[in-house]
Every structure is written in structure tokens, then in C-alpha cells.
Write a protein that binds this ligand. Structure first.
Ligand SMILES: Cc1cc2nc3c(=O)[nH]c(=O)nc-3n(C[C@H](O)[C@H](O)[C@H](O)COP(=O)(O)OP(=O)(O)OC[C@H]3O[C@@H](n4cnc5c(N)ncnc54)[C@H](O)[C@@H]3O)c2cc1C
Length: 238
């Protein structure tokens, strides 16, 4: 629920479990539009799963969702990787956060269907808004010796960001390239090599790109496909 009347958000805020006071302890610009923000707080009894996200109440009537890219509950540290789209209140809040800021945050919520421990292969597709999700998958996939490929659509200025985040096995395409050249998706090795036909596909980021990716996959393979659009052009929040 990205937008709601103030009384409704006030009621939800009253009823929803929150993290005890959190403080920004580090911010790093990985490019002009991608920022990593590290918070410190008391994370006792807080669970973070692959793909956990937190709803930030940006103002009286708006809330926006951001994935937790990394968490160390013992040290009380957790991080976000945010895309500064320059258009919305979420982007402005994230751009403004600086070391020493304290904010009240809801507890993380998980998406249990993203990660399947028994799956052998994963294809994770998205854009800048999916980098944090990729970071949350990466150590778990490595630890459990699962095969994976990350496919990102990124602005030119962000094409080195996956490397800066330490991600491996990345295929990087220009923004909207796959959308405009639909046939390219069907050429991707991960879709055509038989071993990958039963991979788990996790499609996030731009709704239109993720839907196009799913359409092509469904025509070619009988894979498990999880689609969770993170943003839609012209629409506030999702
Ligand atoms: C479960 C979940 C997890 C998410 N995790 C992350 C995350 O880790 N990092 C992250 O950066 N984002 C993440 N997002 C996406 C983020 O919540 C949206 O991009 C959100 O719309 C940003 O809010 P805003 O207030 O800046 O813009 P809004 O007020 O929502 O939108 C204003 C305008 O900007 C456009 N817009 C929004 N996002 C983009 C974009 N990425 N590129 C171009 N135009 C855009 C909208 O279409 C609209 O026209 C996540 C979303 C979901 C649902």
C-alpha cells in the first residue's frame, strides 16, 4: 500500500512491529544514482531471509518498499542498495539519508517463495532496484553450491555496480534493451541449455521487462517463474 490516508498509516504504524531505533552508520555512492546505506540497530530476534524487504513510511501518506541487501544480526548491521530515480518521495528520502540520521523502521518482511533450497539453478533478473535482492541471494547460493546467473538491465552509468557489490556471474544489458529486442531473451544461453530448463527464475524490477521475460521463458521452458514487479512507469509505488 504505497499511498493511504494519514489515519490509516498511523493505525498501521501503531499495530506493526518496529525495529528499535536505527541509525545510519555509512553511506556509499556506487554511482551517481545507486547508493548503499548501512544502518545499525538492535536486531535481537529479527529474522532476515533472502529477499526480505522493509516498508519505509516516507511521509504522512506515502510508504515505499526497499530490499535488505545484507544483514549481520550479531553486529546489528543491515544494508540497502537503493536506486535514486529522482522522481519520487522514496528516492528523495534515500538520497537525503546521511550518517547519524535516526529513523523508525518497520520490521523486515520476507518473500519465502523467492528462495528454494532444493533448486539446483537460479536465474535472477532485474534492474537497479533488484541489486539488493541479488546481494541477498548471492552468499546463500554460493554457500549452498547452487548454480546461478544474474541478468541485469542497467543504465550505462551503473554497469559496473554489480562488480562493486561483489556479485559474480552477471550478464548486463542496457536499460530497455531486452524489452526492445525481445528475440534476444530467447537467445540467452540460460534459456537454451537443457540443464537450465528447470531453473528457478526470479524476475523483479521494471514490471514491463519482467513480464516480457516471463512471456519468453514460458514459451521455451517449463521452469518455476516468480515475478514480483518492483516499479511500473507512471505509477507511484507498488
Ligand atoms: C518488494 C520490493 C522491493 C524493492 N526493493 C528495492 C530496492 O532494494 N532498491 C530500490 O531502489 N528499489 C526497490 N524497490 C522499488 C521501489 O520501491 C520503487 O522504485 C518505488 O517506486 C520508488 O519510490 P519513489 O517514491 O522514489 O517513486 P514513486 O513515487 O513510486 O514513483 C514516481 C515516478 O517514478 C517512477 N519510478 C519509480 N521507480 C523507478 C525506477 N526504478 N526507475 C525509473 N522510474 C521509476 C514511477 O514510475 C513514477 O512515474 C522495491 C519494490 C518492491 C515492491
Amino acid at each position: 500500500m504505497p499511498s493511504a490516508p494519514k489515519w490509516l498509516f498511523d493505525t498501521l504504524e501503531f499495530l506493526t512491529p518496529k525495529l528499535p531505533s536505527t541509525e545510519v552508520v555509512e553511506t556509499v555512492f556506487l554511482s551517481k544514482t545507486v547508493k548503499k546505506i548501512c544502518f545499525k540497530g538492535d536486531l535481537k530476534n529479527v529474522q532476515f531471509a533472502v529477499g526480505s524487504f522493509i516498508d519505509f513510511r516516507v511521509n504522512d501518506t506515502e510508504a515505499r518498499r526497499y530490499s535488505v541487501s545484507y544483514a549481520d544480526t550479531e553486529k546489528g548491521l543491515f544494508e540497502f542498495v537503493v536506486y535514486l530515480n529522482g522522481k519520487g518521495c522514496g528516492s528523495r528520502l534515500m538520497a537525503d539519508l546521511k550518517v547519524g540520521d535516526h529513523i523508525v523502521m518497520y520490521k523486515p518482511r520476507g518473500v519465502s517463495r523467492y528462495y528454494d533450497k532444493t533448486a539446483q539453478r537460479f536465474v535472477i533478473f532485474g534492474d537497479e532496484t533488484s541489486l539488493a535482492l541479488a546481494c541477498s541471494f548471492f552468499p546463500v547460493l554460493k554457500k549452498n553450491k547452487q548454480q546461478f546467473v544474474f541478468i541485469f538491465e542497467l543504465d550505462e552509468e551503473n554497469k559496473d555496480v554489480p562488480k562493486l557489490l561483489g556479485l559474480e556471474n552477471c550478464l548486463i544489458f542496457p536499460k530497455n534493451f531486452l524489452l526492445s529486442k525481445e528475440e534476444w531473451v530467447s537467445q540467452l544461453p540460460t534459456i537454451n541449455i537443457s540443464d537450465w530448463q528447470d531453473a528457478n527464475f526470479v524476475l523483479t524490477g521494471n514490471v514491463k521487462s519482467a513480464q516480457m521475460f516471463r512471456k519468453t521463458i514460458k514459451e521455451k521452458v517449463s521452469a518455476n517463474v516468480y515475478l514480483h514487479g518492483y516499479w511500473l512507469a507512471g505509477k507511484k509505488g507498488l
